[in-house]
Design a protein. Structure first.
Length: 171
C-alpha cells in the first residue's frame, strides 16, 4: 500500500517547504512504482513515436533531479555531473540499463537532491541554471510540474503495456 503524506492532516498545516517535499516525494515514488511487476522488455517497450518508454521516463527523471538539484545548485556543468547535454538524450537506454539499475540511480539522485537543498531556504537563489539565477521555490514548482506530467505519461504507457503483455511481432 502506498502512503500519501500530502493527504495527512499534519501536512495540511505544515510550512510550504514541507508540503513541497511531501508532494515531490510522492511523485518521485509514483514514477518509480510504474516499473513494479514489469519485465525488462515491458519496461523498455516503445509505444509512442518519441523515445518515451517507462524505463526511459525514470532515467529521464534522474536527469531532471541532477539538472535542477545539482547543476542549478552547484553550477557544475552537465559533463562534470555525467549527464547528457539535452533532455531528449536523457531518455536513451543503454544495454546495461535495467529496472533495478535505473530505479537505484533515481533513488540515489533523489537522496542527493534532498541533501543539496537541505540547508537552503525557498528564497535562496540557485546560480547554476542555464536560464539564469532562479529561486529554489520556483525550482520545486517546476520539478513538481515535470513529475506530474511524467507520471501521467507513465500511467498511460503502463496501462498500454499491461493491456498487451506480449512483445510486438518482430521485437
Amino acid at each position: 500500500m502506498t502512503t500519501t503524506p500530502s493527504l495527512e492532516p499534519p501536512v495540511f498545516h505544515a510550512d510550504i517547504r514541507t508540503q513541497f517535499e511531501a508532494f515531490l516525494g510522492e511523485y518521485r515514488a509514483a514514477l518509480r512504482a510504474t516499473l513494479d511487476g514489469l519485465t525488462e522488455e515491458q519496461a523498455r517497450r516503445r509505444l509512442v513515436p518519441s523515445k518515451t518508454t517507462l524505463l526511459g521516463l525514470v532515467k529521464h527523471a534522474t536527469f531532471v533531479e541532477k539538472v535542477w538539484f545539482d547543476e542549478a545548485v552547484t553550477g557544475r556543468s552537465r559533463a562534470e555531473i555525467g549527464i547528457p547535454e539535452s533532455a531528449e538524450d536523457s531518455f536513451d537506454l543503454d544495454d546495461g540499463d535495467t529496472i533495478a539499475s535505473i530505479r537505484s540511480a533515481h533513488e540515489e539522485a533523489c537522496a542527493a537532491s534532498r541533501k543539496a537543498t537541505a540547508d537552503l531556504s525557498l528564497d535562496d537563489v540557485l546560480p547554476g541554471n542555464r536560464r539564469g539565477p532562479l529561486p529554489l521555490r520556483w525550482v520545486y514548482l517546476h520539478v513538481l510540474r515535470e513529475f506530474t506530467q511524467h507520471c501521467g505519461h507513465a500511467d498511460i504507457l503502463r496501462e498500454q503495456v499491461l493491456a498487451d503483455p506480449a512483445p510486438p511481432e518482430g521485437a
